[in-house]
Write a protein that binds this ligand. Sequence first.
Ligand code: ATP
Length: 289
Amino acid sequence: FLGPIQQINSVIETYPKGIAGFKRYLELLETEPDVNDAPNARHVKHLNGEIRFNDVTFGYEGKDKVLQGVNLTIRAGETAALVGPSGAGKSTLCSLLPRFYDVEGGAVTIDGMDVRSMTLESLRSQIGIVQQDVFLFDGTIRENIAYGKLGASDEEIWTAARRAQLVDLIKSLPDGLDTFIGERGVKLSGGQKQRLSISRMFLKNPPILILDEATSALDTETEAAIQLALSELSQGRTTLVIAHRLATVKNADRIIVVAEQGIAEQGKHEELIAQEGVYSRLHRAQFGM
Ligand code: ATP
């Protein structure tokens, strides 16, 4: 079971929206034959993470274009919060980066190299994705964390656990790292599962991160621990956050408003509020301000 899942998981840390999302992701892989290594694809070892969308056009088969002529640069190390109405194309924009789909027109580049010029394996090894629902298996905490990096040492596992705010939990468990978490991690709370998935990312250590922020409310303490872990995780990495939290948009280096086939506005929170455009309306609707 783990072998094929591990392959799928080379890029995606968790699966969208539980089982339904998992199926959708497998379907997505099945519909992926168009995405292949170019004959002379390069194996990239380390990327700095400057991302560019150059005049990008994309639509799903038989449907209207989701993105049309999108131009966007995200600097290496920058944290960009993507906001916009449901269905605007935030996830689609992100999915072009690890080449879940290829652009129809234009190009997506990282450090100036077209993503299509790299081997899929090396491209995806440089991108980490953290989504709302977490893939866990019925093993120990140690095994579940080490899933981020095969053969990780105990020291590495403890460091990842510490940075993901998991140490207190592990120390409170009867068998520590060797505690079995039950099928799909049933013995863990939602917040603990998320932190476990974040700890894997510290082990994977990719220069580029895509975070699909949870829409469901967590209790304040859990929320704070997750925010802390995520903000440490995004340090020194180019981070694209599909943002649902006011704190996230306020703390981002830049907010990118995705609407109507492309980027409607971008800037800092205060600047966008002052513009009284799409963001300010969204912000009022979402946060009641
Ligand atoms: P949300 O905030 O609701 O997650 P989003 O801004 O991330 O939305 P996308 O998920 O990128 O938006 O969807 C953009 C459009 O593309 C929507 O109209 C959606 O229905 C459509 N879409 C998304 N995924 C697929 C797919 N796999 N096949 C066909 N259409 C899709």
